[in-house]
Design a binder for this molecule. Sequence first.
Ligand code: FES
Length: 364
Amino acid sequence: MLPYGVLNNNKENNMYEFHKVKLKNITKETNDAVIWTLEIPDHLHESFIWQAGQHLTVRKIVNGEEIRRSYSILNPTDEKDLQVLIKKVEGGQFSAPAQTEYSIGQDIEVMAPTGHFVINPSNDKTYALFAAGSGITPVLGMIYEILNKSNSHINLYYGNSTVESTLLKRQLTDLKDQYPDRLSMSYFLSQEPVDVELYSGRIDAPKVKKIFRNELNHLDISGYYLCGPGGMIDEVSNELKNHNVNSALIHSEQFLSEGQVITSKQKTSKLDSGVRVTIDGVTSHYEIKQGDEKTLLDAALAADIKMPYSCKAGVCATCRCQLVEGEVEMINNYSLEDWELEKGYILSCQSIPKTKKISIDYDS
Ligand code: FES
């Protein structure tokens, strides 16, 4: 199993800086989704080596304001260029123009790949993958990784509303043709009739119960990887735990649509706090005053200290760092697993100081 949490420390400095890369190709995936291929120049190649399941943060300026979005990388890790799928969200400031307003050769600003929902497959294992909608994008990257880099098997459970809206079908079908004995796929449709009752409707707890009884119970599963909306992840992981699956084997990443707002009650700092942050080998200091409605990330950005972030909602973990001194309260956490919390990892975009001294480290 993977060294989870290793954040490409072998890469050169400034891994959280944005770089301009060329949009090399645009492919229409469905009526409301495109795949962008981004050409990584030689001088960035090492910084952009990624692990299957990681994502890319893109940014652009809209009406004078910087917006950032994260998109999972879907192609095999041994390719040089990167592919991301961008599904249109009505009114989405990035995803809507991404469908029609960009052209090949245009510069796109991206940060080196990050993320901890990753897999490093071993031989002779079986992995169970659950995806819903756009949640298939990191999962497809994992499927390539398992099939190309090991002899292990995969059971994929993939939910969509209709056949037509099913993303990355062609790639999955090609993989099934190439690895018929190692890739088992079950498609679920929620808004189209399906002959077999099990596959009709979204992936929920009763379905997982049946899947577990009929299939997973008879297999020695080495890891469960879930990506989709929060409700789906909660249902699947709770049902797996009901069947005594060790929670250390369950890994998940919540899919957040562009513009989807996770309401979080902003907390006010109850004390003056001095924060020390180390990032890319450089240490800086800033302060959060009693009464400030600022997270560790907000206060750093206000002090002109560059710290990585994307969703600012506790979902993408781009802002993950290690708390090495002091205590914080986290407002939301939809991405860190138990072992990460135990090791002191926090989400800076969700953390409010509870002690007068705080020290955080992005390099550990
Ligand atoms: S920026 Fe996405 S979890 Fe903090």
